[in-house]
Design a protein around this ligand. Structure first.
Ligand code: HEM
Length: 463
């Protein structure tokens, strides 16, 4: 395996992982898991339909064939649960809330949150999304000429503003910078937890950064608990924000309501799952557009044409088809959630492989999105792949940035609308140029981040 970053030979080829030809030896495997789990996937994962890997006698099945992805995520979804790795990584911070729970407990939490993601509700969030994007645009315009900004960080702040304004009505009382830092510190520990889970080490096992991660977790959980208590004290009657929906929900089986801890865990889940992912989608989109000026020009021209040169209004967003395609294609090359892992609850046949209870099944989204059998020139950035006819002709399960089946991202429409609105507001008035020679390194910490951020020079677009 060669080290990242991959130097582009036929510039502007974009940054990518360079998978090892053959499976890594155990020690190297564990070291790579700690550094960057996605780099352990061998080339076969990008070429074959299924791939079986074994570590310390324990097998994992990688599933790339779209038909088999469908078996795992949709047709036999009831036969799988979230993996041990996910639970060990995320439950200490997120509890047993919507992202980490399974079965009946997951179902009623999903049902409780669903009304806020109905289409008409999300449309109502568009003014807040556009306003946050405009604030970011003005802040960037105010930078001295030639200043470099970390656009990954700037996008995090923008999407955080939006998630707080739309999901947590009381966002004025949140220390945004501290919460963001807490989330990053916490996620930093997850690759260690992944490695320790593979080694079957007990949950109390120390590892570098553990204390910092625990401090972050305690801060985040206390902070959200405080918000819930304040929200309840202010009265939830008559409000229909996420907090009041969660407080009002009843488990249909037990009749039980959520206690403050359950509500806080869900709110933190929405804050975490709902802002970093969209920010990454945007950071990677800006990166790709900076490398492909002709495509960038098409996006700018579309925004100009749809808005008629005026400010972006909520009703414009739906009409920005090519802008959306550029984001979809960026999420193909850099899926913010690059992998899903499930564990079988019972014996299941997956394409002739008999999976026993407890066996993990990996859906390597990043590799499926660049798979030799599924995409022409997989490493090329080409938003026309998502033109309506081309997208219709493709297998639904070859493209999974939001997952599929009952656990599909509840925020999918919210995220797409938000990303289109932010990109349109920024790109029409600003030009983003990469630091010369900069090639981002891809790093997985649950999400797929540019390890050094996304340093870009921002300048007003002339004329
Ligand atoms: C580009 C942005 C986003 C991406 C790529 C993304 C990706 C995903 C993926 C792949 C899953 C499925 C996980 C699995 O099956 O194991 C998921 C679940 C989830 N997402 Fe997103 N997401 C995004 C934005 C959002 C937003 C904006 C929100 C909330 C406002 C959100 C909230 C959630 C929640 C709560 C779940 C768990 C759903 C469940 O298990 O029922 N996500 N997301």
């Amino acid at each position: 395996m060669t080290a990242q970053p991959t130097l582009p030979l036929d510039w502007p080829t974009t940054a990518r992982l360079d998978p090892p030809e053959t499976p890594l030896a155990p020690l190297r495997y564990i070291r790579t898991v700690v550094r960057n789990p996605v780099e352990t996937w061998p080339r076969a994962v990008y070429r074959d339909r299924v791939y079986q890997s074994t570590f310390l006698g324990r097998a994992t099945l990688f599933v790339m064939d779209p038909g088999l992805v469908r078996t795992v995520l949709v047709d036999r979804a009831e036969s799988f649960e979230k993996s041990e790795v996910l639970r060990r990584s995320l439950s200490p911070a997120l509890g047993d809330a919507i992202l980490t729970a399974d079965g009946a407990r997951w179902r009623w939490q999903r049902r409780a949150a669903a009304p806020i993601f109905r289409n008409e509700r999300i449309l109502g969030f568009l003014p807040a999304m556009i306003a946050a994007a405009e604030r970011t645009r003005e802040a960037l315009k105010g930078l001295p000429p030639g200043t470099e900004a970390d656009l990954a960080q700037v996008m995090m702040r923008t999407t955080f503003d939006i998630i707080a304004a739309t999901m947590l009505s009381s966002h004025g009382r949140i220390d945004v910078a501290r919460v963001e830092r807490g989330i990053t510190d916490y996620l930093e520990s997850t690759s260690w937890i992944f490695a320790l889970t593979l080694l079957r080490a007990p949950a109390w096992m120390p590892f570098p950064g553990r204390r910092r991660s625990e401090a972050a977790r305690t801060y985040l959980r206390d902070e959200l608990l405080r918000l819930v208590a304040e929200g309840r004290a202010g009265g939830v009657e008559g409000r229909d924000d996420l907090l009041s929906l969660l407080v009002a929900a009843r488990d249909p089986e037990s009749g039980r309501a959520m206690d403050d801890r359950d509500v806080a865990d869900n709110l933190l889940t929405f804050v975490t799952a709902g802002h970093e992912t969209t920010a990454l989608a945007l950071a990677w989109t800006l990166y790709l557009l900076a490398l492909h000026p002709a495509i960038e020009a098409r996006v700018v021209a579309e925004v100009e044409a749809v808005t008629g040169g005026g400010p972006l209004a909520p009703h414009h967003v739906e009409a920005l088809g090519f802008t959306r395609q550029a984001i979809q294609e960026a999420m193909r090359l850099y899926p913010p959630a690059p992998v899903l892992v499930r564990a079988a609850l019972e014996e299941v046949d997956v394409g002739g492989h008999r999976i026993g209870p407890g066996t993990p099944v990996t859906v390597p989204i990043y590799a499926i999105h660049r798979h030799a059998l599924l995409w022409d020139e997989p490493d090329r950035f080409d938003p026309d792949r998502f033109a309506p006819e081309a997208a219709k002709a493709r297998d639904r399960y070859a493209y999974l940035p939001f997952g599929a089946g009952p656990r599909i991202c509840i925020g999918m429409s919210f995220a797409l609308m938000e990303a289109v609105a932010i990109l349109a507001v920024l790109i029409r008035d600003l030009r983003f140029a990469l630091r010369p020679g900069f090639v981002p390194t891809l790093k997985q910490r649950i999400t797929l981040r540019p390890a050094e951020g996304m340093p870009m020079r921002v300048a007003p677009r002339a004329g």
